[in-house]
Design a protein around this ligand. Structure first.
Ligand code: ATP
Length: 877
């Protein structure tokens, strides 16, 4: 349907809807069935079989399969009909691939669930009530309520538009916002970019507000026509995953080299070539940490799920790692550090100041009433009293003004009738003011402007005093400025109110204004913010406040929260503007409060901190904050007050808009990074143990202590569960008492590489000792007994060793039971290992013997040793 050719009335009639009430819920439901959800069709998920098969597309798995095939052929050619080895190898590979598929889909599901949390919503009229619904439930005929910063969720015909400007670059390529008009109609052939009465899905409202009637949804929209198939955006690997993939390759090559060496040494020693081949291949597979990238993905997704439960929704996976390295957190003040619950407490006109105790303004002077009348008229918020409840909608600053007016008997709905608004200039975060134009009951015009006093006063030439307009003399101006500062010093947000009367609609409504007075409102700090600021500092992170408010208001609140202690730590946007880049760079770290800044300053602030080597987190909510959110290492958008644009630009969304949530997220981020390191530590020290056992036995000319299938079993089955369970380790108590992770430091920094080597050496030593005891010293000694004991000790010692990974502190101080998943993994793996050895059918397959009580005791004793040894070492540190 070509809605741009229709008038508003025709469009409404066509879609059979009233602009006052919108659709009824039942009608919307019916239309949803008829038209389908408002979604662009995404790529179909890959079938399970494909995902299963893609697990085999790994070099080492292919090598292993080739080895199994060779083993099968050799057995066949020799006429031995002993196919146990290849069967087991294949079984283990299939088991491994199945676990891989299950874990990958789990990780994917949790990321999918997260995407749903951040799925777009739309503001519509349903059953006559403005409601927020998921954008996918929109249907043709829905009446959309549009605000700055929103994405247009479907194609729509405008019904009303107040200074509405829309960025349609994603559709038309036009980079300048287009001004829209509701009343226009166009011919059928009007190009898309010039249909000014229409809105198209995926464009952005950059300015103004309005209402619109949805005409097409989902694949029927213009974007749907262009992109018949939108590809799923795949999550790119995080820096850590990339680094690990690289490390994995290096380790893999090193392992292959060692295997080749073992193969050559073994054959030179006269061992059967085929046996050596199988041992080398399985060793290669055992040594290469091919499970690492998968484990990192699983841990990241587990962590991300946990963070979502704590109000921080991660949109881009790398943010989890970056969080742990954050050194500066730049936070908005209003709503993030403070509660964004504004209450008017002070009024000041040229005639003097009035205090409003507890926000009750019933008994104020006539000038005070006039001030509140103007303030309420120039606000979009609404306040309704229903019994004992007060229902407030709109911006809290404006809600405070309307509430104060209502409490002194000034009804906003009455004002809307007597002095109806005919035009407006919406709030602008650079000019920090807004203006409304009203028709008065005497037929004239009244323009009202409210905004930041320091900026608005320069537009005033007169002053309202004792019912008269008098010139704004320098003395009066100084007195007003002084009053503004006094209020700001008490942590108050101060707005100046001014007006301009005229007989015709004013051409310049924001010029030559009559200053009427100041309104001061309190916005108490969030109770948890002080503690969070303290934790932030303890953790080596500098908290920085960025606000549009007056420098004195900002400083007063900053001091009360512990962000700053001296006025030299605060700077205003105006001063910042005058600084050159090099000046800013040399002084940026001296400032902890940036006041009266506009969104453009935020980018400069982020870049300057980054140039000093900082990893910067930055919060934001408005459309203009998007560049700063993108520039920051961790862009955090507000979940409640944030616009779609800010959310889309951010790496993370704070669902409760709270500063303390960022700190909690940093804590989680550090914990996840620690746990990934623990898993890597565990897996690699186990692998090194396995390599060294085999390598040493060859150097010492012992028979092969472990068979290929035994090595594979340990590596692919009993190692992986504890490695994943280490991801559930709760963050260390002292995690926020240490410096942020240095992103330049590699995974193996701080002696981790050496520790892995030494621990591997120890595990190898224990396994080899068990082998020697079984082959040489015990009654009933035999090669099979030696191998059984070696297999048992290698498997179990790694299981015990997994507990050592939990913390750099003693196991007893962190509590043996505090990671229940690891305990469970331990028991499962222990049971599996015991089953393989003790159940005759399995024992035959793995070529092991059931052990006696005494033999078990020796194995258990040796396997347990890593715990006391590591405890001793931890104690020494
Ligand atoms: P923060 O950055 O701390 O979250 P903010 O984003 O709320 O602060 P702005 O909304 O840009 O900061 O407000 C800055 C200044 O603009 C305020 O100090 C006030 O003087 C003025 N102001 C805020 N809201 C309005 C409004 N609705 N109408 C007119 N002026 C306003």
């Amino acid at each position: 349907m070509i809605y741009h050719t229709l008038t508003i009335k025709e469009a409404l009639a066509k879609l059979n809807v009233s602009p006052e009430t919108g659709l009824t819920s039942s009608e919307a439901k019916r239309r949803l069935m008829q038209y389908g959800p408002n979604e662009l069709k995404a790529k179909k998920p890959q079938p399970l079989l494909f995902r299963f098969l893609s697990q085999f597309a790994d070099f080492m798995i292919l090598v292993l399969m080739a080895a199994a095939l060779i083993s099968f052929l050799v057995s066949y050619l020799r006429g031995e009909a002993d196919y146990i080895d290849p069967i087991i190898i294949f079984t283990i590979i299939i088991l491994n691939a199945s676990i891989g598929v299950i874990q990958e889909s789990k990780a994917e599901k949790s990321l999918e669930a997260l995407k749903k949390l951040t799925a777009p919503t739309a503001y519509v009229l349903r059953d006559g009530i403005p409601s927020i619904i998921p954008a996918r439930e929109l249907v043709p005929g829905d009446v959309l309520l549009l605000e700055t910063g929103q994405y247009v969720p479907a194609d729509a015909r405008l019904l009303t538009a107040v200074n509405l400007k829309v960025d349609e670059a994603s559709l038309t390529g036009e980079s300048h916002p287009v001004e829209k008009q509701a009343s226009a109609t166009f011919t059928e052939t009007q190009p898309l970019a010039e249909r000014f009465n229409m809105l198209y899905s995926s464009s952005i409202i950059t300015y103004g507000r309005g209402t619109a009637l949805i005409t097409a949804t989902g694949m029927h929209t213009e974007v749907g026509h262009i992109a018949r198939l939108i590809l799923e955006d795949k999550t790119p690997p995080t820096p850590l995953q990339k680094r690990l993939a690289k490390t994995g390759k290096v380790l893999g090559l090193a392992a292959l080299f060692i295997c080749a060496l073992i193969f050559i040494c073994g054959t030179l020693e006269g061992r059967p070539i085929f046996d050596m081949f199988m041992t080398s291949v399985s060793l290669a597979v055992a040594a290469i940490p091919e499970g690492l990238p998968a484990i990192v993905t699983i841990m990241l997704s587990l962590g991300v799920e946990r963070m979502a439960r704590k109000n921080s929704v991660i949109r881009k996976l790398p943010a989890v790692e970056t969080l742990g390295s954050a050194t500066v957190i730049c936070s908005d003040k209003t709503g993030t550090l403070t509660q964004n619950k504004m209450t008017v407490t002070h009024l000041a006109s040229a005639d003097g100041e009035e205090i409003i105790p507890d926000g009750k303004s019933a008994s104020i002077s006539a000038t005070g009433r006039f001030l509140l009348t103007l303030a309420a008229s120039c606000s979009d918020a609404t306040v309704q009293f229903s019994g004992t409840d007060t229902i407030i909608t709109g911006d809290p600053t404006e809600a405070a003004l309307v509430l104060a007016a209502e409490q002194s008997g000034i009804s906003k709905s009455q004002l809307e009738l007597t002095t109806p608004r005919i035009d407006e200039i919406p709030f602008d975060s650079v000019k920090k003011r807004m203006t409304t134009i009203h028709k008065t009951d005497t037929g004239g015009y009244l323009a009202i402007t409210k905004g930041a006093p320091d900026l608005l006063l320069s537009a005033c030439t007169l002053c309202y005093s004792q019912g008269r307009e008098v010139p704004l003399t320098p003395a009066l101006l100084r007195a007003i400025q002084k009053e503004n500062q006094t209020m700001a010093d008490q942590s108050l947000r101060v707005l100046a109110i001014a007006y301009k009367k005229s007989t015709t609609k004013p051409a310049h409504p924001e010029k030559d204004l009559v200053f009427t007075g100041l309104v001061g409102m309190i916005d108490p700090p969030r109770p948890e913010a002080r503690e969070a600021v303290h934790t932030c500092k303890l953790a080596g992170i500098t908290p920085v406040m960025i606000t549009g408010d007056h420098i004195r208001t900002a400083l007063a609140i900053g001091k009360s929260l512990g962000i700053a202690s001296d006025s030299r730590e605060a700077i205003s946007g105006a001063k910042l503007e005058k600084m050159s880049d090099s000046e800013l760079l040399s002084s940026i770290e001296n400032y902890h409060i940036f006041a009266r800044v506009s969104p453009a300053h935020k980018v400069r602030i982020v870049k300057a901190f980054q140039a000093k080597g900082n990893v910067v987190a930055m919060t934001g909510d408005g459309v203009n904050d998007a560049p700063a959110l993108k520039a920051a290492d961790i862009g955090c958008a507000m979940g409640i007050t944030g616009t779609d644009v800010a959310k889309n630009a951010a790496d993370m969304i704070l669902t409760d808009d709270n500063f303390a949530t960022i700190i909690a997220a940093v804590r989680e981020g550090r914990g996840i990074y620690d746990n990934i390191r623990k898993s890597i530590h565990f897996l690699l020290s186990s692998n090194v143990g396995e390599i060294l056992t085999i390598f040493a036995s060859i150097l010492l000319n012992f028979p092969t202590p472990l068979l290929a299938v035994q090595l594979l079993w340990i590596n692919l089955v009993t190692d992986s569960l504890p490695a994943i369970s280490l991801g559930c380790e709760p963050p260390d108590e002292a995690i926020m008492c240490r410096r942020p992770n240095d992103p330049k430091k590699g995974m193996f920094a701080d002696g981790l590489g050496l520790r892995i080597l030494l621990e591997g050496l120890f595990i190898g030593f224990l396994a080899l000792s068990a082998f020697l005891i079984g082959t040489r010293f015990l009654p009933g000694k035999s090669l099979t007994l030696g191998r059984t004991m070696c297999f048992c000790v290698l498997g179990l010692s790694q299981l015990f060793h997994s507990f050592n990974m939990r913390s750099s502190r003693s196991l007893f101080s962190i509590g043996l039971l505090s990671n229940k998943k690891l305990l469970l993994s331990f028991f499962i793996c222990f049971a599996l290992q015991a089953a393989v050895i003790s159940i005759p059918a399995f024992a035959a397959v793995f070529k092991v013997l059931p052990l006696s009580f005494a033999q078990w005791s020796i194995c258990l004793f040796l396997s347990f040793l890593p715990i006391p040894v590591m405890e001793l070492q931890k104690y020494r540190n």
